[in-house]
Every structure is written in structure tokens, then in C-alpha cells.
Design a protein around this ligand. Sequence first.
Ligand SMILES: [Fe+2]
Length: 298
Amino acid sequence: MDIRGLGYVTVRSTDLQQWRHYASQVLGMMVVEDAAASQLLLKMDARPYRLLVQQDTQDGFGACGWEVAGQAAFDQALAELRAAGVAVEQGSVELAAQRQVQALASFADPDGNCHELYWGPRQDFARFVSPVGVRGFVSDELGMGHVVLPAPTFERCRDFYEQVMGFGLSDLMKVRFTPDPAEPEKRIHFLHCNNGRHHSLAIFECPVPSGCVHLMVEVDGLDEVGRALDRLHTHGVKLTATLGQHTNDQMISFYMRTPAGFDLEYGCDGLVVDWSRHTPFESTVVSHWGHDFSVGRQ
Ligand SMILES: [Fe+2]
């Protein structure tokens, strides 16, 4: 399956007003109202949107939208999913129009995480002009960021992503939440698709009620991360991990709670990898410095 990047993410919201404020004033994204479809389009680059926040009866993660190389790749991907016994639903013309793509299909992984696959995004090339002066987000050929999804039945999900969806293992970690050696280790596998971003997806061996561990968006410099941290404090958003630098993708970032209940990692300087020269490794520490996740549990 020739997945070129994480094209978009959908989010479920009971309160679009809350998201309108959070996205524009804290994240620094442009917000376009689509009243007809009861959704907000959050724009962070030349695409019409990268985040789609949809009115729902519950707050939480919706789906990942994966971009494939074109119509032939799309048809091939659907055939591969069906050959693997995955229930694939072809999106209607109306849904494709709403997502602003040529065609899409939806399916779920073995743990019920929802995915959409599409080709041919519509682009109006309107400039990104942040309401709070963010210079820009790092996306384009690297995709809009990365998502970490809960995968309690880990082996089934790992096989699904690697063998059916064609992701490659970037590297892995095993973590415990307590110092107790009797606590079973939880695995995190970091996975890449056909672009240089260190990981577009990671799977974590743990259930998460919001449906997502975190979503990462990348800005183009440390000063932009610092300014976002200032805006978090100004607007009283909950910090869930302090500023730090990851060992594997070298991202300098902080984490905060979103109105959907899952976390958002806001970072810069993420590693871009030449996969022909890469071998996976296991990290025994999450970060070089910082990233105190205990602040999120207080
Ligand atoms: Fe991350």
C-alpha cells in the first residue's frame, strides 16, 4: 500500500465553540466554519483543512485520513484491504465532496481505530495566515503530523499496520508507568509511511478512552513552540508534558490537553529520515531532557 502521508484527522466534538477558540488562539490555526455540515475546518497550510472538527454527541478522536499516491494506488489499497478480510466501506460522493477529495474509503484496525484512505485532495492554495502570527506548520510532503493510537491487542494491530497497510517500523520503546518491575511493559511501535517523517503513526499497547494518545503538529522553529507555550498559559489550557526533546524523532515539544480529551504535541525540529540508511532500534528512554508527563496526571 503506497501511503504518502497523514493527510488529515477528524475529531468529534460536543462543543465547536470550544474548538474554535482553542484552534485559533492556542494552536494558531485558521478556522473556517462549515455550518451546513456542522463542522469546523482547521487550516494550517495551503490545504483547505488538515483537521476536521465535527459536531457529535461525544468528544474524542474520529479518524486518520491517509493519502495515497493516486487512483491506481487507491484501487490497489482497497483490493489489498479486502484480500486481508478487512471490511471496507466506499465513501459516498457526498462524503468525498465534504472531505474535498476525489474518492475515499473507510475501515477500522483490529482494535477499532477508524481510518480513511483517499486520493486527490482538492487544493485552493489560499495562503495560511495565522490569527496569532504563527509563521507556518511543517507539512507538505511530510504529511500534517503524527498520531499515536491505542492498540491493546498489540500483535494484531502491529501485523495489520505493517503487513496490510504497509507501514515500516521506525523504532520502538517499552514503558512502565510505575517503578514496579512486576508491572507489565507496554510496547510503543513508531511507524513510517512513504515520506521522511520519523513516524506518521505510533501504536501504544494500552486502551485510551478518547481514542487517541496524542496528535502531533510541527511548527518551523523553537520560538514558535515557546510562543505556543505562552498562549497555553494565557488561555488556561492544561499542560500534560513539559517542554522536552524526544530521543527517537528528536522533536522538541510540549504536550497539552485538547477539548476532545486527547493530548496534542506541539513541536519543532522533528527528524526527517532516509529510510534506505535506517535500521530500527529500541529506545530505553523517552526523551533526552524534559517531557515530564507527571504534570498531566496532577
Ligand atoms: Fe509524538
